[in-house]
Design a protein around this ligand. Structure first.
Ligand SMILES: C[S@@+](CC[C@H](N)C(=O)[O-])C[C@H]1O[C@@H](n2cnc3c(N)ncnc32)[C@H](O)[C@@H]1O
Length: 394
């Protein structure tokens, strides 16, 4: 007889993120009522069950993946890996009709080729299912169905169900990424770092494909980003409880309707402009996909021409920084002009510049009041904060 996995079984849930974002994930996790446990640069643990994992997938803005720990064990060889994985009741977790993908992160001398370790784990799972069910699931690289993940470091292995499947930062609204877009999870963390919550206007010149403005609109309207996605890893495990998921979604919708949404609260204006009409077109379409286009005013402008609503407010710029796009010489002038624009047109606002080029940021010529460190891919970046006092600072 097959024993189904109990979705109420409490265990360790590891929430992964990109470097630099773990403090934001921790804040989100605590806001959702969980106690954050051990954490490191790219992950944080809580204690929870499969329903908690589903809830985290629905609500987290700054995370990559929500992983549920199945087993941890000492491991000195690929054969030991195979035995430990096969020992688990996979027939109660994954159906033979499912499609399986195995993701391994390996840093051990016990195996030369990480592909070989992946293969061992995949074989162990499908062999076990075949023994109990007479058929084995298909497997491959696609991460949009059942995903099993493992970390094998030195002599120790941790094996997880990846309940997200594809990264949570792939919200699905950005059908038109345009040039050098920020990852959605990074954009959400940047907005969180500004303290924006919809109470004051947010101006986003240089909006590109609109990621900062869209994430701001989602935050201001309390819209769970997971409402935008219809497919998650947990849907491909046998324990998936569709009714419970529908209930979680409708509770999340209620929260957003009470605060924002089309009928209710409208955040103070969000303005998104860019000099490139193609970027604005992409941003507008992306905002429509995200269901927040009614909260954002789009226009094509040189940033210095963008109309600034009365103070107070937040203005955030993400200029190119010359590492991936653009030429440094031309950008020097742009950064100088941003400083002038802040000084002359944005008095009473809090200004932010997100950049990966410290030399260019000096050209702004204003004193920063705070610097938050982030990584955009592997580029070290800063979110620079400027208090743009109206008149003289007392
Ligand atoms: C690094 S991209 C912004 C990416 C954006 N955060 C996203 O996630 O898609 C910089 C943007 O600044 C815009 N830009 C450059 N010079 C500008 C100017 N003078 N006025 C307004 N926008 C400008 C570019 O067209 C580009 O879309």
């Amino acid at each position: 007889m097959t024993v189904q996995m109990d979705p109420r079984q409490k265990g360790t849930v590891l929430i992964t993120c990109s470097a630099g974002l773990v403090d934001y994930v921790r804040r989100e996790v605590e806001d959702l009522g969980y106690q954050a446990g051990d954490y490191h640069k790219t992950g944080i643990e809580i204690q929870g069950d499969q329903y908690d994992a589903m809830r985290l997938n629905l609500h987290l803005r700054t995370a990559y993946n929500v992983l549920y720990l199945l087993r941890q064990f000492e491991c000195y060889s690929p054969d030991e890996l195979y035995r430990n994985v096969k020992d688990l009741p996979w027939e109660g977790i994954i159906s033979p009709a499912e499609y399986l993908s195995v993701v391994g992160r390996i840093n051990t001398g016990h195996v030369k080729n990480s592909m070989f370790a992946n293969l061992k784990v995949k074989d162990a799972i499908v062999d076990r299912i075949a023994e109990f069910k007479g058929a084995r699931p298909d497997s491959g690289k696609d991460k949009d169905k059942a995903v099993v993940q493992f970390y094998w470091k030195d002599n120790f292995c941790r094996l997880y169900l990846n309940t997200s499947g594809q990264k949570l930062s792939d919200r699905g609204y950005r059908k038109m990424p345009y040039k050098a877009p920020l990852r959605e999870s990074l954009a959400a963390a940047i907005i969180m770092a500004t303290g924006y919550d919809g109470g004051v206007p947010l101006v986003c010149p240089m909006c590109g494909s609109g990621t900062l403005a869209i994430e701001a609109a989602l935050i201001a309207s309390r819209r769970a980003p997971g409402l935008l996605r219809s497919n998650y890893g947990f849907m491909h495990f046998k324990y998936f409880d569709e009714q419970k998921w529908r209930q979680m979604r409708s509770e999340a919708l209620k929260i957003s309707k009470a605060r924002g949404g089309k009928a209710g609260f409208k955040p103070a204006g969000i303005i998104a402009t860019d000099i490139d009409a193609g970027a604005v077109e992409a941003a507008r379409k992306n905002a429509m996909n995200a269901g927040v286009s009614h909260l954002i005013d789009f226009d094509v402008y040189d940033f210095a021409e963008t109309a600034i609503p009365p103070e107070p407010g937040i203005i955030i710029m993400n200029p190119e920084y010359g590492l991936r796009l653009g030429e440094i010489e031309k950008l020097i002038d742009t950064y100088k002009r941003i400083g002038d624009f802040f000084k002359q047109k944005c008095a009473g606002y809090t200004g932010y510049i997100f950049t990966g080029n410290p030399a260019l940021s000096k050209k702004v010529g204003l004193r920063t009041s705070r610097r938050n460190e982030f990584y955009n891919g592997n580029i070290e970046c800063r979110l620079l904060k400027y208090e743009l006092y109206a008149g003289k600072k007392k």
